[in-house]
Design a protein. Structure first.
Length: 156
């Protein structure tokens, strides 16, 4: 059975909509998926959250990227084929900001594990150097999805 999906905002494009459906279909029923929400800070900073997955044991802030073809680079910069900033750094910051906001509102809830992930929905050709296996970068189904060992979780 799939996760319960809460649609907060509209996906930016079809690839994001497909990735959200893929995630929802592959997550267990005990998980909640919040799609396309925003986190606004008191200082005016606004963070876009493509997907927030609430699991019984943790919260995952998922940045969806539909890049195609080979991706090379580091934790900081990616080439695909033109250079662009890696989404890993901003995603980690977004996860930290959300964790801080939750902790500010509830000390008990603030003890929840919060982790940022980048879900590359349209490529498996990845060569990211830096920390081992570029933590937070997920190609195909994230490891916490029950179907992670299979080639696809998607349903038609």
């Amino acid at each position: 059975m799939a996760a319960t999906v809460h649609v907060v905002g509209k996906p930016a494009h079809d690839a994001e909509r497909q990735a959200l459906a893929y995630l929802a279909a592959g997550l267990p029923a005990s998980f909640q998926l919040y799609a396309n929400s925003w986190l606004a800070q008191r200082d005016g900073a606004v963070y876009e959250l493509d997907a927030v997955v609430l699991a019984p044991h943790a919260a995952f802030i998922v940045e969806i990227k539909s890049y195609r073809g080979r991706i090379e680079g580091t934790d900081h910069d990616w080439l695909l084929p033109a250079p662009r900033p890696s989404p890993l750094r901003l995603n980690r910051l977004t996860a930290q900001v959300l964790k801080g906001e939750v902790k500010r509102r509830s000390a008990a809830a603030g003890r929840c594990w919060v982790e940022g992930l980048v879900f590359l929905s349209h490529t498996t050709d990845l060569a990211i150097e830096g920390r081992p296996a570029a933590p937070g970068c997920t190609v195909g189904p994230p490891s916490w999805m029950p179907c992670a060992g299979r080639s696809s979780c998607a349903t038609s």
